[in-house]
Unconditional design. Structure first.
Length: 203
């Protein structure tokens, strides 16, 4: 099954159930989703910045940022049209685009101060390490200051076959490919038992 088909099947199945939004997006709870967002907000000053949210889903990140009173120039992209339709229906103060940024990127170099993504590397797509490397190549190109992303931790106590789990050291190896563009990379752990976030600061 191709990557897009795996993703669509997973989320279409979730959307067919009577689930809250965090459940549709595959998160275990609203609190867990917020904790991931909190890592972003505590790591990067977003006030007045241009933020790209890759795999924005139904716009939950922008809702959370708004709830904190932070003004941000927000753009969210997602490959699932249904997700974008829900996000747009909320009339939030941001731009939502239905697109596959990895196939048809419309953004130029340094288009955003910060590029963020939460959850897009979680499903086992058969090529997750390569996907992460290629995604980082794009994110490093279109970001000016920082790239922030989270991954499932290989030491997760509740592993499931449909998900992919990374070891922080293998992520460090991938980041080493971009060493000439990275000032530093911070690994944030312990906020959840199955997750870690990487905050990449660009030179």
């Amino acid at each position: 099954m191709k990557k897009l088909e795996i993703i669509k099947t997973y989320y279409d199945n979730n959307m067919s159930k009577d689930l809250p939004e965090y459940g549709i997006l595959g998160w275990e709870s609203a609190k867990a989703q917020r904790l991931r967002f909190d890592v972003l907000l505590s790591s990067v000053d977003l006030a007045g910045r241009k933020l790209l949210d890759v795999g924005c889903g139904t716009g939950n990140l922008l809702e959370y940022i708004d709830s904190k009173g932070i003004k941000v120039d927000y753009t969210g992209v997602d490959i699932l049209e249904k997700m974008i339709a829900i996000a747009e229906s909320k009339k939030l103060n941001g731009v939502f685009k239905y697109m596959d940024i990895f196939k048809n990127n419309i953004f130029g170099s340094n288009s955003f101060d910060v590029v963020y993504t939460s959850g897009i590397f979680n499903l086992d797509l058969g090529n997750n390490r390569e996907f992460l490397k290629n995604a980082l190549e794009l994110f490093m190109e279109i970001s000016r200051d920082a790239v922030v992303f989270n991954l499932l931790h290989v030491d997760s106590p509740d592993r499931e076959d449909k998900y992919f789990y990374f070891h922080p050291d293998e992520v460090r190896d991938i980041l080493a490919l971009f060493a000439d563009r990275i000032a530093r990379a911070e690994f944030v752990e312990a906020y959840l038992k199955n997750d870690f976030t990487v905050v990449v600061r660009k030179l």
